[in-house]
Design a protein around this ligand. Structure first.
Ligand code: X2X
Length: 338
């Protein structure tokens, strides 16, 4: 009799384990644009490793950089999460803006003056609103990190005024707000994926691009003719750590908590990583870029003004698209951060 009870219990345990195993996938696919040479890719790896460790391998996440799950077309990443092609992502607001117009908030030219202002956006009521929007769109948002302030580089000349930008062919990212912004500044913007951008710079098919300094340096853009860099800080793109709702529903309550906690930890570490070496206290990354032969132009507030004025109509047009209330909330949060 005793033996029988033991056997029944054993069967129950085993069958529940089998059910568990059937519900969890052997591998969960996490999409990013940049790989582990960059803060962005490191953040994704960190998230995956923390989850693997803390779930004792129950949730096994593999990182797919280069948005390889959507053939490198980063503007299709968000749709692919909704369609179940991608299980998790650490994604930039810029790449998801074609599907979620409110994410263009971060791309409004010169909305966000510095990291303090950026922090006010990713921590307060603005982030809450955006999380609610993402949730409605079919993903579970868990944390926000940062790609970084996007600075302008080119192969032709130092840029200190919109006139210097005139006619330059600039590679821009997925959302049409960038076409509008660079057109307003007199440049000739052309949209392409990150994968296409590097060969286009190398062959001088385009003159310039804009990306955070950590990306500029790790991608060695000085080796693809990018000799001039302007620090204008016209926007920074956040990175959203999300899980597909379908996948989320498969996980136990306890595992969800682990995934959420790990996302928060990876995002907090990413903020430190993404900002390293580009502050007045620690400018090691900037020095390295200069040592690579790049001329850096640092815009003064006065020099930034004509850029801001030229892009104001773009700001106003896109504030309507984003939603006036959300923009007002963002402006209030930034003002309070001063
Ligand atoms: O494509 C870019 O420029 C990048 C890597 O910064 C983004 O994915 C937004």
């Amino acid at each position: 009799m005793k033996k029988c009870v033991v056997l029944v219990v054993l069967c129950l345990v085993l069958s529940s384990l089998t059910v568990c195993a059937a519900e969890y996938k052997a591998e969960y696919r996490l999409s990013t644009v940049l790989g582990p040479a960059f803060p962005w890719g490191r953040a994704a790896e960190r998230w995956a490793n923390l989850v693997r460790e803390k779930t004792e391998g129950r949730i096994n996440i593999k990182v797919y950089p280069g948005t390889s799950l959507v053939g490198g077309d980063q503007t299709k990443e968000f749709t692919a999460i909704r369609q179940g092609v991608i299980d998790l992502a650490v994604g930039s607001s810029i790449n998801w803006s074609p599907q979620i117009k409110q994410l263009n908030l971060f791309s409004l030219p010169f909305l966000t003056p510095d990291e303090k202002a950026f922090d006010a956006l990713i921590n307060g009521p603005v982030a809450e609103d955006l999380f609610a929007i993402l949730d409605k769109q079919g993903v579970v948002p868990l944390a926000i990190g940062e790609n970084g302030f996007r600075e302008l580089s080119n192969s032709k000349q130092p840029i200190a005024s919109p006139a210097d930008l005139k006619g330059l062919k600039i590679r821009v990212v997925g959302s049409p707000i960038f076409i509008d912004g660079f057109t307003a500044l007199g440049a000739n913007p052309t949209q392409m994926s990150w994968a296409d951008a590097q060969p286009a710079l190398a062959t001088k098919a385009v003159d310039g691009q804009e990306n955070p300094l950590s990306v500029f340096n790790a991608a060695k853009l000085h080796t693809v003719e990018q000799k001039y860099l302007t620090l204008w800080g016209y926007m920074a793109d956040p990175l959203f750590f999300v899980v597909s709702k379908t996948v989320w529903a498969q996980w136990s309550e306890g595992d969800r908590a682990v995934v959420a906690e790990a996302a928060k930890q990876a995002a907090a570490e990413n903020l430190v990583d993404a900002r390293k070496g580009i502050t007045p206290e620690d400018d090691a990354l900037l020095k390295e870029i200069e040592q690579n032969g790049v001329t850096i132009t640092r815009l003064t507030d006065e020099q930034r003004k004509p850029f801001r004025e030229a892009t104001r109509p773009v700001f106003d047009k896109w504030a309507e698209i984003v939603g006036k209330d959300l923009v007002k909330k963002a402006e209030d949060a930034i003002a309070a951060s001063r």
